[in-house]
Design a protein around this ligand. Structure first.
Ligand SMILES: NC(=O)c1ccc[n+]([C@@H]2O[C@H](COP(=O)([O-])OP(=O)(O)OC[C@H]3O[C@@H](n4cnc5c(N)ncnc54)[C@H](OP(=O)(O)O)[C@@H]3O)[C@@H](O)[C@H]2O)c1
Length: 338
């Protein structure tokens, strides 16, 4: 095999993203230069942040350039090396993008991370024992900072980040209540992940109905909330928050396609003396080692069995990504590329 098939950003969406914004290309292999390695990707991670990068506007990160390979985390094996620290057969995680192979300049610190798939399956290094897991750890441990017996809620609870938030909060002795879409996701959250309860947001279409369900599931109120969605969920949580509750704003996926997400009652932040803090996990590199150590233990010991939705083949990535933005994934969304 001497060609690489990849997906580039063909056009920027105005509103909802569609298949027409992506283009599949096949290009010949480029020869390696000194210091470079060629990685064969086994898995590509699909993540909600990619939707923001497709836009041109100002954000915390630069937009994805047009006609270039879509940005994305990858896990794979070194198949060619002109770098002294990497050998054929090494398992590595990097930002290889939406393509079968990448050529990586391995010199910059953090360009590639060597991983060991013996006890933790390779794919989990893109999920629970990777960026989404660290995201969960940082928001929970550094922002919510929950104490045993406190109540923690999390939206998108069956997803890559949300599932890890719940498992980590249970390990800290909290009452944990998830919010997820549909009976299957809620059953998984309760029965497989061990949350105390899970609310199906599809059964509670507005913030008042959701707040009523939260009142029943959180009889002591909410001390910490991990927000992945925004909109009605956040409005409902504010209504049920205790004094001095902490709210980690991790994501607002309900607004990633341009939907407005007004906050209905911001005065509750004052009334309940809440601490509301947004964060970006890639700016918190000091916390990746302790987070990965705890998450690796939880997954390696079988106490945390993360769920995955795996699409097959690079050509399936755009459809799988658009599905992720509509909540069609169940657990971490990946693409298998071998
Ligand atoms: N701040 C950071 O550094 C950082 C890093 C990583 C991820 N994030 C954020 O964390 C959140 C979760 O990411 P993830 O990778 O774990 O994704 P995920 O939860 O595995 O997948 C997204 C889920 O969002 C839920 N969702 C709820 N309302 C939705 C709506 N209106 N439209 C679409 N989806 C909706 C869906 O679950 P239900 O069917 O259960 O509703 C969907 O499955 C995202 O907001 C993401 O942007 C932030």
């Amino acid at each position: 095999m001497t060609t690489n098939t990849r997906i580039v950003l063909a056009a920027r969406p105005q509103g909802q993203a569609g298949l027409e914004h992506f283009r599949l290309e096949t290009v010949p292999f480029e020869p390696l230069q000194d210091g470079q390695v060629r990685v064969r990707h086994h898995y590509l991670s699909l993540d909600p942040y990619m939707r923001g990068r497709m836009n041109e506007g100002k954000s915390y990160a630069a937009p994805q350039p047009l006609d270039e390979v879509m940005i994305g985390g990858t896990a794979g094996e070194v198949i060619e090396s002109r770098h002294p620290r990497y050998s054929l057969g090494d398992w590595v995680v990097g930002m290889g993008g939406w393509q079968q192979y990448s050529v990586v300049d391995a010199n910059p610190v953090g360009a590639l991370h060597r991983v060991d798939p013996t006890h933790v399956p390779l794919s989990h290094y893109l999920g629970a024992v990777g960026m989404p897991g660290v995201t969960a750890w940082y928001g929970l441990v550094r922002i919510i900072d929950p104490k045993p017996g406190q109540t923690v809620t999390v939206s998108a609870a069956s997803g890559a980040v949300g599932s890890a938030v719940g498992v980590l909060a249970k390990a800290r002795g909290c009452r944990v209540v998830g919010i997820a879409g549909g009976p299957d996701k809620c059953a998984y959250v309760r029965e497989q992940l061990g949350f105390d309860d899970c609310i199906d947001h599809r059964l509670h279409p507005d913030h008042l109905a959701l707040a009523k369900a939260l009142k029943a599931a959180c009889p002591q109120g909410i001390d910490g909330h991990f927000e992945n969605v925004g909109g009605a969920v956040l409005d409902a949580v504010l209504l049920r928050s205790n004094a001095f509750a902490r709210i980690a704003i991790c994501g607002m996926i309900a607004g990633y396609e341009g939907q407005p997400l007004p906050l209905l009652n911001p005065a509750l932040i004052l009334i309940n003396r809440l601490r509301v803090q947004g964060f970006i996990v890639s700016e918190q590199m000091q916390d990746w080692p302790p987070a990965l150590a705890e998450l690796g233990q939880l997954v390696g010991s079988g106490r945390f069995r993360p769920r995955e939705t795996i699409a097959q083949g690079i050509e399936s990535a755009p459809t799988a990504f658009l599905g992720l933005l509509k909540g069609q994934n169940f657990g971490k969304q990946l693409v298998r590329l071998v």
